[in-house]
Design a protein around this ligand. Structure first.
Ligand SMILES: *Cc1c(COP(=O)(O)O)cnc(C)c1O
Length: 442
């Protein structure tokens, strides 16, 4: 048997040790054992450095297949491919308590009998949005499905032609309407729609007036839309329910953060919209969830639909969502939601961090950039930001090596340079960026 280096000398090697917090000691040991078995079986003794290199390759090969944390240096705050909104730590603390033990999920402790799974989420949703009632399902797509199945089966739904959006991932409003057994009645032109268009489309078979957020495109130029308030008034006078698919789910006014005003859930409720749907993991900054808020009688009809059981959310998701929503009660706690912390970063401090990183890499420069909200939310919304630009004729190659780094780093490639935007990088990730850039420079 060939002599091999002691396991500890590899575990503690500076190229291997940083993987321990990422993949765990057991996985490290397994990779080392497998490699040492191979060395023992081989014909020649290998130097320690080569063994270490093979161990790292094994860990990398395994880790790249796992669901893992990455550093988002794209500058897109809500990146659907990167898991949309990161969740606030206090929300995890709450979810940890609920997830690891039994809970009163569906149990009324005062009465000693069955209680409502959704009561707490509903209470805080009503508090924040001014709605009378609310319900939570798996995602916004499920929320729309539930609304259409409850109200629109076998009837007509009126939608403006300029809002017939494809959200992405195969979710097209016209197709979802067709699947739910509703007949789509398109009104208006590609660019313009007026209240009169909706009014003329009403028939005895009309069940819903549906308004949709544009999410991932904008219309500019000669355009006209019907306001939520006008549509709500029309629905009320015609006795037809009005639904608004807000998607984005802004709870607070983003103009506080230097973005343009984005319609909030509370504004839609205030306009008199009967049911408002939105996502939990976009501008709300929580877990994947679909939220419907609105009038008591309308939400009661949703709750009575057997589909609710099929679309029901898990206790951990409910705990995360409820705890995230409670963080909105004050501006201080709100900034423990990563999305708001990122939005609130002053440009000067981002520039400062970019300069510190750029100093460590000869080809890098700190520059001013633009970060994006993204995530099928605000296609136009840009925020001044700062980043590190690395000019290289092999930009794609460097970007790939960053993605393969021990903590994968996802960057933007713009022509002959790789761009790392600091707006979406947490300050405690800067050291990892520096380590990667130092190790990867040619
Ligand atoms: C994002 C979005 C959806 C889909 O939301 P999910 O939570 O991803 O299912 C639906 N409608 C609009 C307007 C959206 O922006």
């Amino acid at each position: 048997m060939r002599s091999v280096p002691p396991v500890n000398s590899i575990l503690e090697h500076p190229a291997v040790a940083p993987y321990e917090p990422l993949v765990g000691r057991a996985a490290l040991r397994a990779a080392i054992d497998a490699e040492l078995d191979r060395v023992r079986a081989g014909a020649v003794a290998l130097p320690l450095e080569l063994i270490v290199e093979h161990v790292v390759e094994r860990i990398e090969a395994q880790a790249s297949q796992e669901l893992r944390a990455v550093i988002n240096a794209t500058g897109t705050l809500l990146h659907t491919n990167l898991g949309r909104a990161p969740i606030a730590e206090p929300a995890f603390a709450a979810a940890w308590q609920i997830g690891r033990s039994y809970s009163n999920l569906e149990y009324d402790l005062a009465a000693g009998e069955r209680g409502s799974r959704y009561a707490r989420a509903t209470a805080i949703l009503c508090e924040l949005t001014g709605a009378e009632d609310a319900i939570v399902v798996n995602n916004c797509a499920a929320a729309i499905l539930l609304v259409l199945d409850t109200f629109a089966r076998g009837s007509e739904v009126v939608v403006a032609r300029n809002q017939l959006v494809e959200i992405g991932g195969g979710f097209r409003l016209p197709d979802v309407l067709a699947r739910s057994g509703a007949t789509l009645v398109e009104v208006g032109a590609t660019n313009k729609v007026y209240a009169g268009d909706y009014a003329r489309a009403l028939t005895p078979r009309t069940s819903l007036l549906l308004r949709s957020h544009r999410s991932n495109f904008t219309l500019e130029g000669f355009v006209a839309d019907v306001s939520g308030e006008e549509l709500a008034a029309l629905g009320r006078s015609a006795g037809v329910a009005v639904v608004e698919d807000l998607g984005t789910g802004a709870i607070v006014d983003l103009s506080e953060y230097g973005l343009s005003h984005e319609r909030t859930v509370a504004e839609a409720v205030c306009d008199g919209i009967d049911l408002v749907t939105c996502s939990g993991d976009k501008l709300l900054g929580g877990p994947q969830a679909g939220i419907v808020v609105g009038r008591r009688s309308h939400v009661a009809r949703l709750r009575a639909n057997p589909l609710v059981r099929a679309l029901r959310v898990d206790k951990v998701t409910l705990a995360l969502l409820t705890a995230t929503l409670r963080l909105y009660r004050s501006p201080q706690t709100r900034e423990s939601i990563p999305l708001f912390r990122m939005l609130a970063q002053p440009l000067e401090s981002l520039l400062e961090r970019a300069r510190t990183i750029a100093q460590c890499v000869p080809e890098a420069r700190a520059i001013e950039t633009q970060a994006y909200v993204g995530g099928g939310s605000l296609p136009d919304a840009r925020i001044p930001s700062a980043g590190v630009a690395i000019r290289t004729p092999h930009a794609d190659d460097l970007a790939e090596r960053l993605r393969r780094w021990r903590v994968p780093i996802v960057a933007r490639v713009e022509r002959e340079r790789v761009m790392l935007d600091m707006r979406t990088v947490a300050s405690n990730e800067d050291r990892e960026l520096i380590a990667a850039l130092e190790a990867l420079q040619d």
